[in-house]
Design a protein around this ligand. Structure first.
Ligand SMILES: CC(C)(COP(=O)(O)OP(=O)(O)OC[C@H]1O[C@@H](n2cnc3c(N)ncnc32)[C@H](O)[C@@H]1OP(=O)(O)O)[C@@H](O)C(=O)NCCC(=O)NCCS
Length: 390
């Protein structure tokens, strides 16, 4: 219920407060409440429709839970929502001491307290309760029956979530401006000719195939043998990409009907075997209109010549992404935690581009509870790329 019908609001540490999954009606109420923060250019009904559309995607259909902090003395259906959030169950990989396990994790999003209820300790209480709930939530069918870690992406800096155990991890990116098509030097033009656009189906074949996933398993296993601590990655499965695209497609259909649909989902070079997938974010402010590269896939080069070829192919793919950003009137291309090879590719395009270390928004944060399961305190997050965002 939207109106607070508790005569006096309970303190955040009241024993009467409980964290429960919202009923379908309460979920809609919580979406209405948080719409002032996140509906962007959508009107409220379209925002609710968008959230339902995302909810119906394969990634989230069975794994999304909307949580609400309420007073247990209020009857279901009439409860005042004091604070709310969502959790998304995701597949993940864990490697430790040379062994790779399929595990399950949760991503947390939409943490929200309505303005008039802020500063009363409700979000704090919700996250304290949530950290306990997520330990076993939807873990009955998992081998370990308990979660090892959960993730979130803080837009309010590094300290708030750290109080509850979600520690900040590397949160850097490079951005590049949009670029109109232009005449290129001979070398660059040749690489551009080799670059091909990827449709959704191509992303599935080139980025989400079994060979790529098996290479990831090997990489995690090798890393867990050559250094101490556990290694984890959120499974970069096709469902993640489809979920991100459901967002851009919904927006484009509703607010840009004159534009042809956003069917180009990435770019790649088959000779150099490098591919990336992207999604378009249509935010309100210019800085929120971004072509995000969700994930890069390539093999490490084994010779200087191979490296040169790969870096040139990456540069041509990035140029293609810049053109796509221009086509959709987005303000930049952005990709997270660039590897040294990608930094070399960027330097070929723009000698002024720099790696930005974010301090406030999209801080990749991970809460590790593996120590309780004998896995030690150290954990390394592999593939900390934009596809993991929720
Ligand atoms: C962020 C938000 C959920 C906090 O809710 P809240 O119920 O007011 O938080 P609490 O009262 O439980 O605050 C707990 C502690 O965190 C601190 N805190 C609250 N908001 C904070 C913020 N934006 N940044 C840093 N610290 C914050 C409080 O000062 C308090 O510290 P204290 O225990 O030392 O007093 C709320 O401000 C909100 O909904 N904002 C808009 C949506 C948003 O940005 N959500 C986060 C997305 S990642």
């Amino acid at each position: 219920m939207i109106a607070a019908n508790i005569p006096t609001l309970p303190p955040g540490d009241s024993p009467d407060l409980i964290l429960v999954p919202a009923t379908p009606e309460e979920r809609i109420t919580s979406i209405k409440l948080n719409s002032i923060a996140w509906k962007g250019l959508l009107d409220i009904n379209t925002y609710i429709e968008r959230e339902d559309h995302l909810f119906s995607q394969k990634l989230t259909r069975n794994g999304l839970t909307c949580w609400i902090l309420v007073d247990k003395s209020e009857p279901e259906g009439e409860r005042t929502i004091l604070s709310s959030c969502e959790t998304y169950q995701k597949k993940a990989l864990l490697a430790h001491s040379g062994k790779v396990e399929d595990v399950s994790t949760h991503g947390i999003g939409s943490v929200y307290s309505r303005p008039e209820f802020r500063g009363k300790g409700y979000a704090k209480r919700m996250l304290e309760e949530l950290s306990v709930k997520l330990d076993t939530w939807k873990m009955e069918k998992e081998t370990r029956s308990r979660s090892l870690f959960t993730v979130l992406f803080s837009d309010i800096g590094k300290n708030f979530y750290a109080q509850f155990g979600w520690m900040p991890f590397l949160s850097s990116h490079i951005d590049l401006p949009p670029l109109a098509k232009q005449r290129l030097s001979n070398g660059a033009a040749a690489k551009e000719r080799e670059t091909r656009d990827l449709l959704a189906q191509d992303v599935q074949t080139c980025i989400c195939n079994e060979v790529v996933i098996n290479k990831l398993r090997d990489r995690l296993r090798d890393a867990s043998l050559s250094s101490t601590g556990s290694k984890i990655a959120i499974m970069p499965d096709f469902d993640h990409f489809v979920w991100h695209w459901a967002r851009e497609e919904f927006f484009a259909k509703r607010l840009m009907p004159q534009h042809s649909p956003p069917v180009i989902k990435g770019a790649g070079n088959d000779q150099a075997r490098v591919y990336c997938s992207w999604t378009r974010n249509f935010g309100e402010a210019p800085e929120d209109k971004v072509l995000y590269i969700l994930r890069w896939v390539y093999d490490d080069p084994t010779s200087a010549e191979e490296e040169q070829n790969l870096v040139e192919a990456m540069a041509a793919i990035l140029r293609r992404a810049q053109q796509e950003a221009d086509e959709w009137k987005l303000s930049k291309v952005e990709f997270w935690n660039p590897t040294p090879l990608l930094q070399k590719a960027v330097a070929m395009l723009d000698s002024d581009a720099r790696v930005v270390h974010r301090e406030k928004s999209s801080i990749s944060s991970l809460r590790w509870t593996g120590a309780e399961q004998g896995l030690g305190d150290d954990v390394e997050w592999f593939l900390n790329e934009k596809y993991t965002w929720c």
